[in-house]
Design a protein around this ligand. Structure first.
Ligand SMILES: *Cc1c(COP(=O)(O)O)cnc(C)c1O
Length: 484
């Protein structure tokens, strides 16, 4: 047979669709999905024939024209097409808040609450007790107030949105004073100077990269009168000045400055704010709610920061708070109220699923022990090296049971918080180092990544390492099974 004859022999899509297994699934999967899958299968067959060299045409496997075989392939294609683009993976990197892997895994109660609220109707904006309209802002604001000491709170899509709305509300057309050592880039397009510009506020940088004193902030403050009287010609570059809107501190979330350094504390800024009747903002970033210094995490936390008397503090929901993606703004009622009324509030509001997950997560914080036990991020941070060693040994023995040929070593590793939080903190952890006979570490890494639940592991010094700190309940079995 030559190529032309082969092409003529390609079955018609309709004939494939008449095959019994496809007729069966038509009801469930829909005719559109089945037809397009069958077309894709036939197209592949046709292009395989077209790419044949003339002399190879005679040897073409004609079993590929078999209708039941093509129907089988169509079924497989339908299944592939149904695969979601967002699916679970197993994090074996030891980096707890892995930004590429979705940051914080949620606690079980958060997930259950999302399902309960999302499957039906909810009181998202309805006050059931009073029988009238309510506000979604009220869902967690009392809880946040109770847990942190804030007067009021508001939730938006993420901390970038929180920064935007805080600056737009308190700083549009005004100057916001920030230290030159705190003009952070979190990643991608989030850079404090750029967000500031988008919000309509004017960045007033003070101090030096390594040292900023409280007096630097104070010297930069402009009253409305001073701004109005300000003569740009006095200034070498002829720049206009504006009334100061707020003093702002930004947490050095993802970097550290060491050596000859100095910074103004929150307390210093709060004192200055009081003196000059200006709000003080703290972009805190990570949302740590508890004192975790006993686990080596020397970071400011939300209640402690609010206790300084700060006016507005903002942070992420899915970093060290361990909840869903969200930006939480809390502090003095008069400022939060103004933000809730800002036109951007609607554009940045979160939906019922976020509230459901956030409320269930926040409830855990009523009791420190429960928070450490139930919130995965906190549980992973507080796990001891001893526990990690046992977990790694358990995983190694499970893997050996599956494949006794594996060469395994339980090794010490340094796990990280990740997610642009606490970059200097290293947690003493353990990993299983794997070597498969005749296989490179890269080949094993690739195999794990191609597992039906992909397992993301890392290679260090030519060893494949499976860090156990970030393996959740039930995942040891799945990792071991990948070596079948
Ligand atoms: C992480 C972070 C942000 C951005 O928060 P997202 O929730 O990722 O939008 C802003 N500011 C600081 C200081 C941060 O650490």
């Amino acid at each position: 047979m030559n190529k032309k004859e082969l092409l003529r022999g390609i079955p018609k899509i309709d004939d494939v669709l008449q095959q019994e297994p496809l007729v069966f699934v038509a009801e469930e999967k829909g005719q559109v999905a089945i037809t397009s899958a069958a077309r894709a299968v036939i197209d592949t067959l046709r292009s395989d024939i077209l790419s044949l060299k003339d002399e190879d045409a005679a040897g073409f496997d004609k079993a590929r024209f078999d209708l039941s075989d093509l129907a089988e392939k169509t079924l497989r294609k339908i299944e592939e097409d149904e695969c979601n683009n967002l699916y679970p993976v197993i994090n074996a990197t030891g980096t707890i808040l892995h930004t590429n892997l979705g940051r914080a895994p949620l606690c079980k109660d958060a997930v259950d609450n999302v399902a309960a609220v999302a499957l039906g109707y909810s009181d998202l904006e309805y006050n059931v007790a009073a029988g009238k309209r309510g506000s979604r802002h009220d869902i967690v604001s009392n809880l946040i107030a109770e847990l942190t000491g804030a007067e009021d709170a508001m939730v938006v899509n993420n901390n970038a949105a929180a920064t935007m709305i805080v600056l737009a509300t308190l700083g549009a057309g005004k100057e916001i004073v920030v230290s030159r050592s705190e003009l952070v880039e979190i990643g991608g397009a989030f850079r404090i100077p750029d967000i500031m510009e988008q919000s309509g506020a004017y960045l007033q940088e003070v101090g030096c990269s390594n040292k900023t004193k409280a007096s630097d902030y104070e010297n930069a403050i402009m009253t409305r009168e001073q701004a109005e009287d300000y003569d740009p010609d006095w200034n070498r570059r002829g720049m206009m000045r504006f009334e100061t809107g707020a003093l702002m501190k930004v947490h050095k979330s993802n970097y550290d400055i060491v050596g000859f350094t100095e910074e103004a504390s929150l307390e210093d800024l709060v004192k200055l704010g009081k003196k000059h009747d200006l709000p003080v903002i703290f972009d805190m970033g990570n949302g740590l709610m508890l004192d975790m210094s006993e686990f080596g995490l020397d970071e400011p936390n939300v209640p402690m920061s609010l206790a300084t008397g700060i006016d507005v503090i903002l942070f992420s929901g899915d970093k060290l708070l361990g909840g869903p993606q969200a930006g939480i703004i809390c502090g003095k009622k008069k400022y939060i109220k103004a933000m809730k009324k800002h036109p951007l509030a609607r554009a940045m509001r979160v939906d019922k699923m976020t509230f459901a997950a956030l409320e269930a997560t926040l409830r855990k914080y009523k009791d420190r022990k429960i928070a450490l036990r139930d919130i995965p991020v906190l549980n992973m941070i507080s796990a001891s090296a001893e526990e990690m060693k046992e977990k790694a040994e358990k995983l190694a023995s499970m893997m050996l049971e599956i494949d006794p040929e594996l060469e395994l070593n339980v090794v010490e590793v340094e796990d990280q918080i990740g997610g642009g939080s606490a970059p200097m903190v290293r947690l003493d952890g353990y990993a299983v180092a794997v070597r498969e006979a005749g296989k490179s570490a890269q080949a094993t890494e690739r195999k794990l990544r191609k597992n039906d639940i992909p397992i993301i592991a890392r290679i260090s010094e030519d060893q494949l390492l499976i860090s156990v700190r970030t393996l959740l309940d039930g995942e040891l079995e799945k990792v071991a099974a990948a070596f079948k």
